[in-house]
Design a protein around this ligand. Structure first.
Ligand code: ADP
Ligand code: ADP
Length: 225
């Protein structure tokens, strides 16, 4: 089964109200295991809405979303939350780290929250992740004292803590200068190649998008290319 399959996904906001707006129209999309896909499109075209649905944070109005062959429409909210925690990692434009915590403490957070799934030796695991993203030497620095590029690397390490099948990245390099953006992208590409993590990245950066396996364009809630 593919990691992700969208079958005629539609999304409307304010359903039944005069302000009802259809935002996504019949989205079909399949992500194979190990694929690195760039999602592009103008502001307001529905990318965040689509990412929220794929990330199991919001439900479609109609259509089906399959994660590793499982139809998520059949799951209740508790089961969705569990599936999300065990299969999907998130990276945002802003790092969303806890500033007063150290880098490695931030990476420990998801492991502490789900001890049963995380297994033993979570400190060892968190430190291995810090090494994985090239930050072993600054693992004990507070997040607030790190550069934007370093913070985003910590955010990636945290997203990888539960060994997700799918990493969703919403403009992960949007707040970074060209050089740091390139470094953060290189790290994601490396994680994708070495660990086989499937990645879906929203980006406005065509140079980076071209270095992904595939580019999908969303315009007015439809996939156009
Ligand atoms: P993008 O991420 O491509 O900028 P969005 O998914 O954020 O696009 O938005 C797509 C459209 O849906 C926009 O017209 C936006 O105003 C609308 N929209 C997004 N979220 C909501 C919401 N919670 N309620 C109503 N309309 C929304
Ligand atoms: P972006 O363009 O970076 O995707 P937006 O500024 O469009 O972000 O949206 C930011 C947040 O506001 C999102 O969570 C989106 O769902 C929400 N939002 C966008 N448009 C609307 C709207 N018309 N009504 C309510 N919420 C909205």
């Amino acid at each position: 089964d593919p990691v992700l399959r969208l079958d005629r996904i539609c999304k409307a906001y304010n359903v039944g109200l005069p302000s009802e707006t259809k935002v996504l129209h019949d989205i079909d999309l399949t992500l194979k295991r190990g694929e690195f896909l760039a999602l592009m499109g103008p502001s307001g075209s529905g990318k965040s809405t689509l990412l929220n649905i794929i990330g199991l944070l919001d439900r479609p109005t109609s259509g089906h979303l399959f994660i590793k062959g499982q139809d998520t429409a059949l799951l209740n909210d508790a089961a969705l939350t569990r599936l999300r925690g065990h299969t999907i990692g998130f990276v945002f434009q802003d790092h969303h780290l806890i500033s007063a915590f150290t880098a490695v403490e931030n990476v420990l957070m998801p492991l502490l929250v789900d001890r049963e799934f995380a297994g033993p030796d979570i400190v060892v695991k968190a430190n291995a992740l810090m090494a994985r993203v090239g930050l072993a030497k600054v693992a004990d620095n507070r997040a607030m004292n790190m550069s934007g590029g370093q913070q985003q690397r910590v955010a990636i390490a945290r997203a990888l803590a539960m060994s997700p099948d799918l990493l969703l990245a919403d403009e992960p390099t949007g707040n970074l200068d060209t050089q740091s953006a390139g470094g953060v992208f290189d790290l994601m590409r490396e994680v994708n190649r070495e660990s086989g993590t499937t990645i879906l990245m929203v980006t406005h950066n065509l140079d980076l998008a071209k270095r992904c396996d595939r580019i999908v364009d969303v315009v007015d809630g439809r996939i156009t290319a």
